[in-house]
Design a binder for this molecule. Structure first.
Ligand code: ADP
Ligand code: MG
Length: 290
């Protein structure tokens, strides 16, 4: 392909709401055979809402949610935004840190509050979720929800259940990717149940759930080693390494700066159908110059 034809392609891309880092990106786009999709914020809208609070024995649901919201107020994660929206007057934490793909830790009113994946609380903090709550969490996840545990002073005080919505256009985009002969796989740090439910709704057969950011990166490089040419679509800090390693990184325009910076293509309107347009555009652009 001549550089001129490729530049025409990138210009057309911006009309479609696709920002392409450089003309060479279309060449990579054309060769893609496998598309890995992050779940939260990519296949789903990323606007989560709190649907239930499950307090541990003797705990108060409002206090659980309030502590969780306070701890999350420094995080950009969709789960964090849901908790903060549910408790607008939550106190600000005295200190805060987050661990991508796992959860947040904060000091709230003098106490250490953790919010995140139950397995992270257990493995990194030696705080485990009571049996009764584990069963409730599994039930919520089987129904497609995401649950996070809230611990304060070294004890799990309850679970917060959040719901996300499959993005309009996501199912259509997946169908069109399959029509183009591409294989898809859903990759998520979220639990298996919720991931399956979303995958079923959009028609993705292969699901890898419970993955850490470094696992997303590893999956990309393993597929490449097996001869695949891989596109990764994501929105989060947790996707940045995989986006950078992929042959083609595609970031949702609504995503975090880390994702956008690591990507080759940004979808301005955060509509997955624009990713399909990018693939079709690259094929068309390169055809016209042959
Ligand atoms: P995805 O891969 O679907 O975008 P993430 O990797 O961002 O999901 O998150 C995976 C899991 O890590 C979440 O389901 C949640 O349990 C936990 N987690 C990540 N960030 C946070 C946060 N800010 N607050 C609570 N839990 C979090
Ligand atoms: Mg995400």
């Amino acid at each position: 392909a001549t550089p001129t034809a490729l530049l025409v392609g990138t210009g057309r891309g911006s009309q479609l709401g696709i920002l392409i880092r450089g003309p060479q990106v279309l060449e990579a786009t054309r060769r893609i055979d496998t598309v890995l999709l992050d779940k939260t914020g990519t296949v789903t809208t990323g606007t989560m809402r709190v649907t239930a609070v499950l307090p541990a024995d003797g705990e108060d649901a409002d206090a659980v949610l309030r502590a969780g919201a306070a701890a999350e107020s420094g995080s950009e994660h969709p789960i964090a935004r849901a908790l903060v929206a549910a408790v607008p007057d939550a106190p600000r934490p005295e200190s805060f840190a987050s661990t991508a793909g796992l959860g947040v830790q904060a000091v709230v009113e003098g106490a250490l509050v953790l919010v995140g994946r139950p397995a992270w609380l257990r493995d990194a903090w030696a705080v485990s979720v009571p049996e009764a709550l584990t069963a409730a969490a599994e039930e919520a996840e089987a129904a497609g929800r995401t649950t996070v545990a809230v611990a304060r002073d070294g004890r799990v005080r309850g679970l917060v259940v959040v719901a996300d919505t499959v993005a309009p256009g996501a199912a259509d985009a997946v169908t069109r990717l399959h029509d183009l002969g591409l294989e898809t796989m859903l990759l998520t740090g979220d639990a298996e149940g919720g991931a399956r439910s979303v995958a079923d709704q959009v028609g993705i057969a292969r699901v890898t759930a419970g993955v850490r950011p470094e696992d997303k990166y590893r999956i990309v490089t393993e597929l490449q080693a097996a001869g695949r040419t891989v596109a990764m679509v994501g929105d989060g800090v947790n996707d940045a390494a995989a986006l950078a390693a992929a042959d083609l990184g595609i970031a949702m325009g609504t995503g975090t700066d880390a994702a956008v910076e690591a990507a080759d293509i940004t979808l301005v309107r955060a509509d997955l159908r624009a990713a399909v347009d990018a693939v079709r555009l690259s094929r068309r652009t390169l055809c016209t110059v042959r």
